[in-house]
Ligand binder design. Sequence first.
Ligand code: PA5
Length: 473
Amino acid sequence: MANAKGKTPDIKFDFNNMMADFIGAEQGITDAELNKTRNLAIAAHSNVRLNRGTGMMGWTELPYNQADVVSDIIATAKIVRRNADAFVVLGIGGSALGPMAVFQALCHLRHNELSKRQRKAPKFYVEDNVDPERMASLLDVLDLDKTVFNVITKSGSTSETMSQYLIIMKMLKERYGDKAREHIIATTDKEKGNLIKIAKAEGLKTFYIPDGVGGRFSELCPVGLLPAAVLGIDIKELLKGAAAMDKRMRKSDFKTNPALVAAALQYVAINKGKNISVMMPYADSLKLMADWYCQLWGESLGKSVDLNGREVFAGQTPVKALGVTDQHSQIQLYTEGPFDKVITFISVEKYRNEVVISDGAEEYPSVSFLSGHTLNELISAEMEATEYALTKKHRLNSRIVLPFVNAHTIGQLMMFFMFQTSYLGAMLNINTFNQPGVEEGKNATYALLGRAGYEEKKAEIAAKPAKKEQYIV
Ligand code: PA5
């Protein structure tokens, strides 16, 4: 889908409807307000630029520094594709949402329901919960002989993922003995955590999550690249798309750096009381991209203290929506409810299919007017109509435009969001890359289930006030 010059077009960020010219002075952002954030945005840009590739910003270099690992991934994926009928990711959070989002964006929307010949890749499952019914039902549909599992955990100790690993490994060992290792691939930190030790002891094929790449920033390393390659996705193109977006991040100019202006606009919006960020793609293929965005935005920016230790309770609540589906569910609230949201649409200029609406019901003009149009026209018209209705009601909204959905534009889109999040985190002066709130819950789980070393935490939990019967009905 390259243009005449052989280049895939850039995705675009259209923020007309964030501005006072379109939304009105009371809710909209004025040029003066945007200009006032310029210095802060420039400082955030230089902070991100200076720190790229260091600390927890290793993800910025992933498009450039993985040649060897990409070859290994492609070779491994080839073997899996040849032998397996199902590929199952065991992981949660950043170790699951990226693989799911990329699968949905770039594979057939009914991938698992296609015949093996049609799908040309194993069926794909991502088990990102420990609901016992879900695990039992997965085991009901898998043919273990033809299944490869990919256990993914950066910390190597997440209870959910390690529980799944234990269940699956025992089953594989009972059935295949030493050959169990042929059914499981580990993706984890090179040194830290338990999974790496287990993987070495069991002789598992292992891919490493590079230093400085945290869970929600890990889609472009083996966490996401191995599942994508198994599914037949062109991972080199995904990385090329990410590199193309990275190049647009070089300058601290609102006119050329889309993620920087997008971050600055959200910063102004937050200061105007817009505490909710709605991500609303108009494409089923991008539905789970909104889920991935929600984790990135929520976990990165939701912080109680800033870098100086001052209490700030920063963040903007991310909400996922789907066009047109949620026009019949949430849009009423977005159009007429509190003025506390920024809605970001993701539009696709050219869908991979065109479906014509058939003739019929000629005696009912209010139905037959649809005939001859395409579903493509309908979905685009509905998006434009919703954008219009929101704008008319003074609701901040913007649009990310994808020329089409392919590996290159998905690489661009994910890099756009990771940079936007990092710029906004720097503007808010918070640590974008930690997740103390998640760790607290993880540690409490260890304590409740009796992990050694967590006795103090267990005592702390036991000392919490007992629930009162009077408040339970
Ligand atoms: O973004 C993050 O760091 C988290 O959401 C993690 O991805 C999630 O908690 C899973 O952690 P791990 O990969 O260590 O199992």
